[in-house]
Design a protein around this ligand. Structure first.
Ligand code: SAM
Length: 182
């Protein structure tokens, strides 16, 4: 989010067909909940297009890109790496330390798809579990980002939106965002 070091979400692997919607939802959740960009590894061009389209319509800034391999990124990342895994230490215990590290530099948040290679556990500064129960990368990412930002991501501002949703108790209201800064 603005004024802080960037938060990048890395989605490991992408099994075409099987992972399409989950990969899209990982990136949409990253965008909605305060990350600055998402990197999708594998055959995820369609997901990246969907997310870019949502960003064009509902605002940013948010970048999404597709890469063939995650290894160079993990190797060369100049900042903190958090890997979300059900086997990790409790998010309740790790969040404050991660927040402190993020105050000093960029943060890479890694989520898996299929089996995650052990090298990822080793590359991470923190392996973090959102509960130690198996569930979903989308849910784990949402809870983690909310803990990281302490809820401030819910009030973030969006720029260059074509439209904005006006909150309603009932029904739907969407307006053209004629002021590009809104
Ligand atoms: N069996 C896979 C493995 O060996 O890691 C995990 C598959 S799981 C469906 C996909 C991803 O969801 C994981 O790689 C992890 O990033 C995330 N995930 C699932 N449960 C989680 C939890 N309790 N805490 C944190 N992340 C979790």
């Amino acid at each position: 989010m603005q004024g802080e070091h960037e938060v990048v979400v890395l989605r490991l692997g992408h099994r075409p067909g099987r992972d399409d919607r989950m990969t899209t939802h990982v990136a949409l959740t990253a965008r909605a909940l305060g990350a600055d960009r998402a990197i999708l590894v594998g055959d995820a061009g369609q997901s990246a297009e969907t997310v870019a389209d949502i960003t064009a319509r509902f605002g940013g800034p948010f970048d999404v890109e597709v890469r063939e391999s995650y290894r160079p990124l993990l190797r060369d990342w100049e900042g903190t790496i958090v890997h979300l895994t059900m086997y990790g230490e409790r998010v309740e215990d790790a969040a404050a330390d991660v927040r402190e590290a993020h105050a000093e530099g960029p943060l890479l948040v890694v989520v898996g798809a299929g089996k995650v290679p052990f090298e990822v556990y080793e590359a991470a500064d923190w392996n973090v579990g959102v509960t130690n129960q198996p569930h979903s990368e989308v849910a784990a990412l949402a809870v983690f980002l909310d803990r990281l930002f302490d809820g401030r991501e819910l009030d973030r501002e969006w720029t260059d939106a074509e439209r904005r949703v006006i909150p309603q108790a009932t029904g739907k209201r969407v307006e053209a965002a004629d002021d590009a800064s809104e």
